[in-house]
Design a protein around this ligand. Structure first.
Ligand SMILES: Nc1nc2c(ncn2[C@@H]2O[C@H](COP(=O)(O)OP(=O)(O)OP(=O)(O)O)[C@@H](O)[C@H]2O)c(=O)[nH]1
Ligand SMILES: [Zn+2]
Length: 367
């Protein structure tokens, strides 16, 4: 894991890393850099390919069964065309004509996309096989520590986290406006990349039955700034007040900004939504699935807090399912709403119709 986390930092800085897939060596780079194609061509001695996810290809009208596919880049393809293919910031796509020659992604290519996802970048990768003529120079750079090499299998597994390895780091009493007796407990994932907070309200252990629980995914725009595009800020505050009124419980504040795609990608998705896409389609155009969140970390936090039976404050059936699959007993669900407004009603409608969220009550109040 040690190499993987360092590789993620290099990738986020726009540097190439080597992925070792069997006896094949691939150079991998994110798309968010500058002259990445020419740099990668020079370094590898071969022509790069672009790895795109099934979701991204689907959005361009190409259906594949594998998770990702690889497009050899034509010599004339410039950075702008590449970005149109992978990033889609311009909105709907001019891309399909450029998609001939797709090949199934191998282990190395899949590992590359997993690294991009974990790094919260666009889930597409530039990739080039290290040619015989470049092998010696690459070996020297690896030996000097100027380049990092990671194993393809480890790269592909980097999204799964390390169950049971979450570190409880620090805690403090933080009186909240709606819940004066609150304690923030900070947890850090073993690779050091993400931190999550459990807000322990009152004395959850006093519940002899199920502990009131909110699992809240971070939303900088809504939680902190009161963005009207979503209902997160109000849900967050209402959850604290509800848990206090229920006699105490826990709110898990999870580092899953933008349903796990990260803030940079959420802002891209918002721009695509301004062009007419709904919240699910916008994520798909960027290359993501309907919901990229994994709640294993929440299950770990509950284990650390010795909580195994909960009443969950949510409208999202996937959260209940994920907890049950993680061995937590969800004995009841309580709805949790924010207010509808002119800016968020399309978002909430899409959550209900596309993602199965239980929002009938709040949406029907507007009809
Ligand atoms: N990708 C993406 N994420 C969004 C958008 N709007 C809000 N979000 C994110 O969606 C998540 C919402 O989190 P939650 O409120 O915990 O979860 P939920 O799935 O709405 O379910 P409940 O609130 O529990 O019913 C946050 O991470 C937000 O940042 C959007 O348009 N696109
Ligand atoms: Zn939000």
């Amino acid at each position: 894991m040690y190499h993987i986390e360092r590789a993620i930092f290099d990738i986020r800085r726009g540097l190439p890393v080597v992925i070792q897939a069997g006896d094949q060596q691939l150079l991998v780079q994110a798309l968010e850099g500058g002259d990445s194609v020419s740099d990668l061509t020079a370094l590898s001695g071969s022509r790069p390919s672009l790895v795109l996810t099934r979701h991204r290809l689907d959005a361009m009208g190409v259906s594949i069964t594998a998770d990702a596919a690889c497009l050899p880049l034509a010599a004339h393809m410039d950075e702008r065309a590449l970005h149109a293919l992978a990033v889609a910031e311009q909105g709907q796509d001019e891309a399909p004509a450029m998609l001939s020659g797709l090949q199934p992604a191998g282990m190395g290519e899949r590992g590359a996309v997993a690294l991009m996802r974990r790094a919260l970048l666009i889930p597409a990768a530039l990739i080039a096989e290290v040619s015989d003529s470049a092998a010696e120079a690459i070996a020297q750079r690896l030996a000097k520590g100027e380049l990092l090499a990671v194993d393809a299998v480890e790269a592909e597994a980097c999204l799964a986290g390390a169950p049971g390895m979450l570190k409880r780091v620090s805690e403090a009493h933080i009186p909240l406006e709606d819940a004066a007796d609150s304690r923030f407990v900070l947890f850090r994932e073993p690779d050091g990349l993400r931190e999550h907070v459990a807000v322990v309200i009152g004395r959850p252990e006093a519940h002899t039955d199920a502990v009131p629980l909110r699992m809240h995914s971070a939303c900088l725009t809504g939680d902190l700034f009161g963005s009207l595009r979503c209902d997160c800020g109000e849900q967050l505050r209402n959850a604290v007040a509800d848990i206090e009124a229920m006699g105490g419980g826990v709110l898990l504040y999870l580092a899953q900004e933008g349903r796990g795609i990260g803030l940079a990608n959420k802002l891209r998705a918002y721009t695509l939504q301004d062009g007419g896409l709904d919240t699910v389609d916008a994520d798909q155009v960027l290359g993501f699935g309907d919901d990229e969140r994994d709640y294993a970390v929440a299950v770990d936090m509950l284990h650390a807090l010795e909580i195994s039976r909960v009443q969950l404050l949510t409208n999202n059936p996937l959260k209940m399912q994920a907890l049950r699959e993680g061995g937590i007993e969800v004995v009841a669900r309580q709805a949790l709403y924010g207010r509808l407004n002119d800016h968020n009603h399309r978002y909430l409608n899409a959550k209900a119709t596309r993602a199965g969220h239980l929002l009938e009550d709040v949406l029907s109040s507007q009809r």
